[in-house]
Ligand binder design. Structure first.
Ligand code: NAP
Length: 509
């Protein structure tokens, strides 16, 4: 296959002209260009790099309506979501511009020489973070803007000083091409080498595999399936020079309904839960796929309200027919599990759509069959009824790593919350109180990550300013004359606005 087509999500039909598929020669050329651009790009000063990121945001906004139209057609997601995601994408680029300007990401450290120290003198030691090298980014299907071509992985890698080679997601090639053109224009207008950003397209595992295996690539950012993330991680580990793969994969995001909150507002919580479950056809990595609570009237009220909400839910267009099929298969697998009861089913989905569904089971059954906790990507969730708090804790202990956990609680639930928190901290990356996990703020204190299999590296986040750390590594300079030191580590750079740890004391400016 040398060509492929953009598919309209709502119909499953192709649109527009056939699109060329990138070849392995294109992969080699893109990686070589990225490697050639690396030293020039990483040498850019903070202001140049920040202005470049802002320029990308401006260029994306300048595309205007054609971008939103392509987004709606290729994803099946509504206009409001598309416009919101575009705002988030540009906001993310501007946030990283601000991060780059402030300079904290460089983590500058200076331990001045102690020539008179006994028994041995200490040499002058200075440290900074440098970018790791060209980064391969795999665009995600479920965020065609905010987690794709110019999404969080690309923004954080470019902010770090790494050239980026994107493997665009085949579910939104027109959207991806428009964004890629905007970035390419920003690269040119900023006077940067072409290799700072490259875009490869095509529906084939070979393309992504060749990219990850190319010796010029030094790290990978990925959002998608567990199978895909693990396949890429294996390829990256098997290279002559292994590299890290930062993969965000699967999570069912447990929601704990604590007893007093359930007693006070079980029905309200049930209705609100359905809103979070069905948003965007449930195609969020933070979708609430597991509800945990202790038996009682409050839980009954929650289940009644949630059952009503899910029964009334209309099927929604899914991102691709492949994802709709995977959803139908995952739902059928849960339905077939012994001891798993279907509480409510929205109107049936089709080849292109998915209908919401709610299951229920006992904690004992959930613990007995690991498959009941498998992620089903879409608007599917399971209520697990626990006999008591001890059983609830046992269920929590048995869970795989997760992106989020949510507590619905009142003041009188504080004791119970304090007892589950140590377990949750071990299991998840973000713990929320009295909210819903869908909706991920892009800010400095956000963690969108967590223990395996939610991600491949629990020390990192793919959303928020800390995402830049994935693409940096420390270098220490010992006994360097001032003239040979990188500019930001010289004595005359103090006062440039970047914080420094001088002899162990944080010094601002
Ligand atoms: P995917 O199948 O994991 O694909 C994501 C990207 O990785 C695509 O560009 C794909 O390329 C590439 N890829 C996947 N496996 C590969 C392999 N073995 N070798 C090389 N490249 C590989 O994810 P998807 O297409 O977005 O959706 C499929 C399923 O992923 C969903 O049903 C859902 O379960 C899950 N998903 C999870 C999240 C999340 O946030 N956790 C988000 C989206 C999807 P090609 O397709 O071109 O080969």
């Amino acid at each position: 296959m040398t060509e492929f087509r953009s598919i309209v999500a709502a119909t499953g039909e192709p649109q527009g002209e056939p699109l060329a598929i990138s070849t392995t020669a294109d992969v080699a050329a893109a990686c070589a260009a990225a490697a050639a651009a690396f030293d020039t790009y990483r040498a850019t000063d903070r202001e140049t790099r920040a202005a470049f990121l802002e320029r990308i945001a401006d260029e994306i906004m300048a595309i205007g309506e054609p971008l939103i139209e392509a987004y709606i057609a290729e994803s099946g997601l509504p206009r409001g979501r598309g416009e919101g995601e575009r705002g988030r994408t540009c906001g993310q680029l501007r946030l990283f511009a601000d991060v780059v300007r402030k300079g904290q990401w460089q983590q500058l450290r200076i331990d001045p020489a102690l020539p008179d120290r006994a028994p041995l003198p200490r040499p002058d030691l200075r440290l900074r973070m440098i970018p790791v090298g060209p980064v391969a980014v795999f665009g995600a299907s479920n965020f065609p803007l905010a987690f794709s071509t110019a999404g969080g992985d690309t923004a954080s890698a470019l902010a770090a000083g790494c050239p980026v080679v994107v493997k665009g997601h085949p579910a939104h090639p027109v959207t991806g091409a428009l964004i890629a053109a905007a970035i390419t224009k920003a690269v040119k207008d900023a006077g940067l080498p072409e290799g700072v950003f490259q875009h490869l397209v095509g529906p084939s595992n070979e393309l992504g595999a060749a990219l990850v295996q190319h010796p010029a690539i030094m790290a990978v950012g990925f959002t998608g399936s567990r199978g895909g993330g693990l396949a890429l991680a294996r390829l990256a580990q098997a290279r002559e020079v292994p590299i890290p793969v930062y993969a965000e994969m699967s999570s069912i995001n447990p929601v704990l309904l604590l007893p007093e909150a359930l007693k006070a507002r079980g029905e309200v919580l049930g209705a609100a839960f359905v809103g979070s479950l069905t948003m965007g056809a449930g195609q969020f990595c933070t979708n609430p796929g597991l509800i945990l609570a202790v038996e009682g009237e409050g839980l009954d009220a929650f289940v009644t309200a949630a059952t009503t909400g899910v029964s009334e839910a209309k099927p929604q267009t899914m991102l691709t027919t492949g994802i709709a099929a995977a959803y139908a298969k995952g739902v059928a697998a849960l339905q077939a599990l012994p001891g798993v009861e279907t509480l409510a089913k929205g109107e049936e989905g089709s080849v292109t759509t998915g209908g919401a569904i709610l299951f229920q089971t006992s904690a004992a059954q959930f613990l007995a069959d690991k498959a009941a906790g498998d992620e089903v990507f879409g608007a599917s969730s399971i209520v697990v009824r626990c006999k008591d708090e001890a059983e609830l804790l046992t269920v929590l202990e048995g869970l795989e790593g997760q992106l989020t956990a949510t507590l619905h609680m009142d003041d009188a639930d504080e004791g119970a919350a304090a007892r589950v928190l140590p377990v949750l901290e071990r299991k998840v990356g973000r713990i929320l109180v009295n909210g819903w996990p869908t909706g991920v703020e892009v800010c400095h204190a956000m963690v969108h990550g967590g223990p395996f299999p939610s991600t491949s590296d629990p020390r990192t986040t793919s959303v928020g300013s800390m995402a830049i750390d994935r693409y940096l590594r420390p270098v220490s300079y010992q006994n360097f004359a001032q003239g040979l030191l990188p500019a930001e580590l010289r004595d005359d750079a103090f006062g440039d606005g970047a914080p420094r740890l001088i002899d162990g004391t944080l010094t601002l400016n």
